[in-house]
Design a binder for this molecule. Structure first.
Ligand code: URP
Ligand code: ZN
Ligand code: ZN
Length: 477
């Protein structure tokens, strides 16, 4: 099966050119000057399908390197399964995810990995890989880190918060980092000071401050900055590379930037919610509404300028990439467990479908360039997590994960259409992005050469997605 995408503007992180893209089977075989012939043959009449991308961008499929499909968490389970969540991702121009295998204290890391492989197998609409969460870093967990590397799991997430659930103490973190320093894997860190947060939460509840706003107020930026600094110091001590997930505070960004300036292999990820949403407007919404935006790290104050600073950091490469931390819960039956006690609201926001659009709006509003859009949503995730070459770029030899994006199109997020209660495809009964208007539109999505979304229709199938056996990060030497 040969496909020609003609007349488009091919956008890679390195630049934008008018070009035709030739696909053979699952692979891009040529990027050609528009209207080129091959050995005298007219290409168009020698392919099975021609897609006209005139006036549109042709970009590498999005890679969301931080999702939690059907994750057991907060006394419930994230509402998107691997099937519904990856389909929603495809709708939004994301063609690969890296999800998290969960290990709670006492569980076997390798057993959990096998379980997550089972959950995802034959269910995904797009390609998927795994990071491994480690909670109590047992001796067997350290052995498992080597074993998992052979399986293509080259990154391990640790938590400095959620005592009794995920939290690893500093000694456990140091042990895992020592292993990462020797086997070349990446340590990912949820950097918030859990003890401080637990105390502030207890005090708030005891004082009768139970509304969702207090989720944010009891997880102050100081708790994020301190933990980020501590994680950086432990990484410095051990020589492990460190990737700080869901960075929301400008002070944490400054810690990451300082470590990078110091020559350390430290990286930072932010999420759309920290670029657009805020403590005042969202977490502080009337009544229990703010529960829709309870996630950790929390949304930060707009008055303090965190969002503005985050866009700047994305532009200057103090922050390297944008994932969603997709962890959706419905209001009814899930988030409402926290009515009267914000600490019982399951933590998480669903955005996997909207990341490419929301970040494109950053191009429209001159927060980032077109090429930086591709870089932070696709190319850097591919490089950071050992997928580059196959993923994250439009070039010969790459998987034909391609999105045709229309800059003249429009996307209304979460607005009800006739006969439908929602316009998004995530398994959520609300949208965290209700009312957001995007000056662009995902027209066509190809996953390894197969068109899976076209003209507002999903035409892929459950099980199209393949497991991504990842290599080590390309940013490490
Ligand atoms: O609120 C969040 N972030 N939920 C998902 C779990 C995590 O910490 O990434
Ligand atoms: Zn986290
Ligand atoms: Zn997460």
């Amino acid at each position: 099966m040969k496909t020609l995408i003609k007349n488009g503007m091919v956008v890679n992180s390195t630049g934008t050119v008018s070009a035709d893209v030739l696909i053979d089977g699952e692979t891009i075989t040529a990027v050609l000057a528009p209207g080129s012939t091959l050995l005298g043959f007219d290409i168009e009449s020698n392919v099975d399908t021609v897609i006209d991308a005139d006036g549109k961008y042709v970009i590498p499929g999005g890679i969301d390197a931080h999702t939690h499909m059907q994750m057991p968490f907060g006394g419930t389970e994230a509402s998107d399964t691997f099937e519904t969540g990856t389909r929603a991702a495809a709708w939004g121009g994301t063609t690969s995810i890296v999800d998290f295998v969960v290990q709670y204290a006492g569980e076997s890391v390798l057993d959990q990995y096998a379980l997550w492989q089972q959950k995802a197998a034959s269910n995904c609409a797009i390609d998927y890989g795994f990071h491994q969460i480690l909670s109590d870093v047992q001796d067997s967990s350290l052995i498992a880190m080597d074993e998992l590397l052979k399986e293509g799991v080259s990154s391990f997430k640790l938590f400095m918060a959620y005592k009794g659930v995920f939290l690893s103490d500093d000694g456990q973190i140091t042990k895992a980092m020592q292993k990462a320093a020797t086997n070349g894997s990446m340590i990912m860190m949820h950097a918030e000071n859990g003890s401080v947060i637990d105390l502030l939460v207890q005090q708030a509840i005891a004082a009768g401050n139970t509304s969702p706003l207090y989720h944010g107020l009891t997880r102050p930026w100081q708790a994020e900055e301190e933990a980020t600094h501590r994680a950086i110091m432990l990484a410095n001590l051990t020589g492990a590379p460190l990737y700080v997930v869901h960075v929301s505070a400008k002070q944490a960004v400054a810690q990451i930037a300082a470590a990078r300036d110091n020559g350390q292999n430290v990286f930072g990820e932010t999420c759309p919610q920290y670029l657009y949403l805020s403590l005042e407007e969202n977490l502080g919404a009337p009544g229990f509404e703010g529960a829709k935006w309870v996630c950790s790290t929390p949304l930060r104050s707009k008055a303090e300028g965190h969002q503005h600073h985050m866009w700047q950091a994305l532009r200057t490469n103090d922050i390297q990439m944008v994932s969603t931390d997709h962890c959706p819960f419905c209001m009814k039956g899930q988030k409402d467990m926290g009515i009267g006690d914000f600490s019982k609201i399951p933590n998480g926001i669903g955005s996997v479908e909207h990341r490419m659009d929301l970040l494109y709006q950053g191009v429209v509003e001159s927060n980032i360039s077109l090429e930086r859009w591709v870089e932070v949503t696709s190319t850097t995730p591919a490089r950071m997590f050992g997928m580059y070459g196959k993923k994250g770029v439009i070039q010969p030899g790459a998987d034909a994960d391609v999105v045709i994006y229309d800059p003249h199109g429009h996307t209304s997020i979460g607005m009800p259409e006739e006969g439908r209660t929602k316009t998004h495809h995530m398994n959520m009964d609300y949208s965290a992005w209700e009312g957001y208007e995007i000056d662009g539109h995902v027209d066509t999505v190809l996953s390894r050469g197969k068109v899976i979304v076209d003209n507002n229709e999903y035409i892929g199938a459950k099980g199209d997605g393949r497991y991504l056996k990842r290599s080590l990060s390309q940013y490490l030497i």
